[in-house]
Design a protein around this ligand. Sequence first.
Ligand code: C5P
Length: 215
Amino acid sequence: MKLLVTAGPTREPLDPVRYLTNRSSGKMGYALAHAAAHAGHRVLLVSGPTALEVPDGVDFLPVETAAQMFEAVSRHIGRMDAAIHAAAVADYRPAATAEQKIKKTGETLTLELLRNPDILGSCRDAFGFDGVLVGFAAETGNLEANARDKLRRKGCDLVVANDVSQPGIGFDSDRNRVLLVHPDHTEPLPEDDKHALAHRIVHEVEALLAAKHRA
Ligand code: C5P
C-alpha cells in the first residue's frame, strides 16, 4: 500500500529565534514509518522537527509549522491508500511572527494565539480522502470515550489512544500502552516498545485496507 505518516511536533515561530512547540519526540510516527517500509509498503513521512534518523526506504518530507504540515498532507494524501496521523500538531500558533527578535520591555508579555487547522479532521471532507484513516488520541482522562468521540468526529477507521498522564510511557518515551479504538469495539494492547506497537498498528491498517477492498 501507499501510506502517509505524520510525525513529530510542530514548531510555531514567535520571532526569528523563538517558537512554541511540545514534547513529542516523533518516535511513534518514525517507528510506524519504519515498520511499514519494512513490510514492503511505500511510505511518505511528513515530519515536524525531531532528533531521529529517517528510516531506510522511506520518502521524507520535513516541515516545521502546522500550516506547512497541512499543506504537505493536502498535496499528497490524494494518492495514498492509508494515512496514519501520529504528529502532535500544535493546536495554536502565534497570531503574528515578529520579524525582529522580541525585546524584553514590560514586566508581562501577552501572546495572542490563533487556532491551527485540524489536519486529520480535514482529510475526509476538505481533502476528499476515502482511504484508511488512523488518528492518535493523547488524553489525560476518559481515554476510551474521548478517543471514540474523536474517531466519529474526524471520520477515522481507527484511533490509537494513549493515556499521557501515565509516567514513563507515551510522549517522549520508548514505550507506550494504547487502546485500539474501532467503530464497534475497543482492544487494549499490553504496554510495549513503540517498535513492536508500530508493527501491530501497521498490521491493523493492512487488515482495514483489505476489508475496504472487499466491501
Ligand atoms: O483533536 P486532537 O488534537 O486530540 O486529535 C489528535 C489527532 O489529530 C492526532 O492523530 C493528530 O495527529 C491529529 N491532529 C491533526 N491536526 C491538528 C491537531 C491534531 O492532524 N491540528
